[in-house]
Design a protein around this ligand. Structure first.
Ligand code: AMP
Length: 491
């Protein structure tokens, strides 16, 4: 299959050739014709699959029909809205719009928070057809009346699962309510939870499902391993792993912003070039950290899930979970950065006793046990063989921005490994392999190997609040306040 066969305009084919692409990726081959036909799409694809071109190219083609060279702002209303959860992803998608749209006279703009709003406002007032935005900042512009959506023809929701994790769904619903009902909508998500399906049901009309990887699936070429270790020894184990190996370009995931900076600082002190990327860093700092990691001057990039989302780093071989994610789907996202395009990759997790519940949930999700390897000198304490505590789930428990903001208090290690080593030096031993636990998989209410089918004919209330009971509370508040009306007798 070639790009020509997809029926793209010569201007787009030229831009694709300039980008050096010889043939469409599977998601592009499937999505481009469907989007060109004007149909809604529910796309199951992770970053790295080429999904951005999969929606940007046909979107450009659909808008190109009415492209105008007039300087008048009125001739350049917002006609396509692309929403992304993070500024990094917004920047990347915008870059793609510019790359693929360079021969089409359409105006584009990216708007995200954390930077001066004024230049964005001025650009919006001059008129732009394609707006790539994070939801919060877009709503700021709505409030300022610097943007109107009356002429939006296409809406793209990118990384919808991440939007959900980050608590953006109310913002998305607010934006959806402002858009024309007659429009094309595309939703992309790496994972399909029940909530995502509900969102899709509420915003897509007879969507075509396009999936390039099984949902919640991890690439076959990634080796998964976990090292059981005491929480207090994790930093030392990580430094040991980095010092005793030639691993380069290692992406290390932590749960909090503070933890990211602290760990990068610790690694630096250990003589390991490391940098951190998280939500509190300025855009400039994030860009510099990413650049240092890409060009190899930083061997390790310590990142929170939020900051790492949408990082476009080709061929990333090693991912280390310094802490397991609170939401098992995030494991899939994290690992999605390695083993791309059939390349080998490895995912190593440092797991302390308290995290075994989360580990079990991850194993259930990825449908495979993770090999456990104890690193000599870092054997976990006795509490590792005790009963596991279940990982918490749901909003607020994930490694998301709100959680990063609520920095949890963290214990300082009781004693450093070095000082313990001095007291009781250990003999090096062969790594001890522990038989992987065989997890029991729960019964799913859908078949994960089958494509998602939207519920047809469900009433609007399918996504509404659960029905409240009609029974009067036995002790109504007025009764407590003054006996009005009479409280029902206790049964
Ligand atoms: P995405 O999943 O959209 O973030 O794309 C991941 C990477 O794949 C980006 O660096 C794109 O430039 C690249 N890419 C997209 N489409 C193609 C293609 N057809 N051939 C080669 N590379 C591509």
């Amino acid at each position: 299959m070639s790009f020509e066969e997809l029926g793209l305009l010569p201007e787009l084919l030229k831009a694709v050739a300039d980008a050096g692409y010889s043939e469409p990726t599977p998601i592009q081959a499937q999505a481009i014709p469907v989007v060109l036909e004007g149909k809604d799409v529910m796309g199951g694809a992770q970053t790295g699959t080429g999904k951005t071109a999969g929606f940007v190219l046909p979107l450009l083609q659909r808008l190109a029909r009415h492209a105008s060279t007039s300087p008048s702002p009125a001739r350049h209303p917002v006609r396509a809205l692309i929403l992304t959860p993070t500024r990094e992803l917004a920047m990347q998608v915008h870059e793609s719009v510019q790359t693929y749209g360079k021969y089409v006279p359409l105006r584009d703009l990216v708007v995200y928070g954390g930077v001066d709003i004024k230049p964005q406002t001025e650009a919006l007032r001059k008129g732009v057809e394609i707006v790539v935005a994070t939801p919060g900042r877009l709503l700021d512009h709505v409030q300022q009346k610097s943007v109107a959506f009356n002429f939006v023809e296409v809406l793209v929701l990118d990384e919808a699962d991440r939007m959900l994790d980050m608590g953006f769904i109310p913002d998305i619903k607010r934006i959806l309510a402002m858009l024309p009902k007659e429009r094309q909508s595309l939703l992309f998500s790496a994972t399909f939870s029940e909530e995502i399906k509900k969102l899709a049901d509420s915003m897509l009309k007879a969507p075509v499902l396009i999936e390039v990887a099984r949902r919640n699936a991890v690439t076959e070429t990634v080796t998964h391993r976990m090292h059981p270790v005491d929480q207090d020894n994790k930093r030392q184990l990580l430094a040991h792993m980095l010092k005793t190996s030639s691993l380069s370009q290692v992406l290390v995931f932590v749960g909090t912003k503070f933890g990211a900076s602290r760990l990068a600082h610790y690694l630096e002190k250990q003589g390991i070039n490391a940098t951190a990327i998280h939500g509190d860093k300025s855009q400039q700092q994030r860009t510099e950290a990413l650049e240092a990691f890409k060009n190899g001057s930083a061997r390790v990039l310590v990142a929170t899930d939020v900051a790492a989302r949408g990082l476009d780093i080709d061929d990333l071989p090693h991912v280390i979970n310094f802490e397991l994610p609170h939401v098992p789907e995030d494991y899939v996202h994290r690992i999605g950065r390695t083993g791309r395009a059939g390349k080998e990759g490895d995912a190593t997790s440092l797991v302390c006793a308290e995290e075994r519940g989360k580990l079990a949930e991850i194993e259930k999700l990825i449908k495979r046990p993770i090999e456990q390897v104890i690193v000599p000198g870092f054997e976990p304490g006795a509490d590792f063989s005790g009963p596991a505590t279940r990982g918490r789930r749901g909003r607020g428990a994930g490694n998301d921005e709100p959680r990063e903001k609520r920095e949890p208090s963290r214990r300082e290690p009781r004693e450093s490994r070095e000082s313990r080593e001095k007291r009781e030096p250990r003999e090096p031993r062969e790594p001890r392999r522990v038989e992987p636990a065989k997890p029991k998989y729960p019964k799913l209410d859908f078949d994960p190997s089958k494509p998602y089918e939207p519920k047809v004919g469900l009433p609007e209330t399918a996504t509404a609040e659960p029905k409240r009971s009609h029974h009067r509370p036995r002790r109504p508040v007025p009764a407590l306040l003054g006996g009005l009306p009479k409280a029902e007798p206790e049964k």
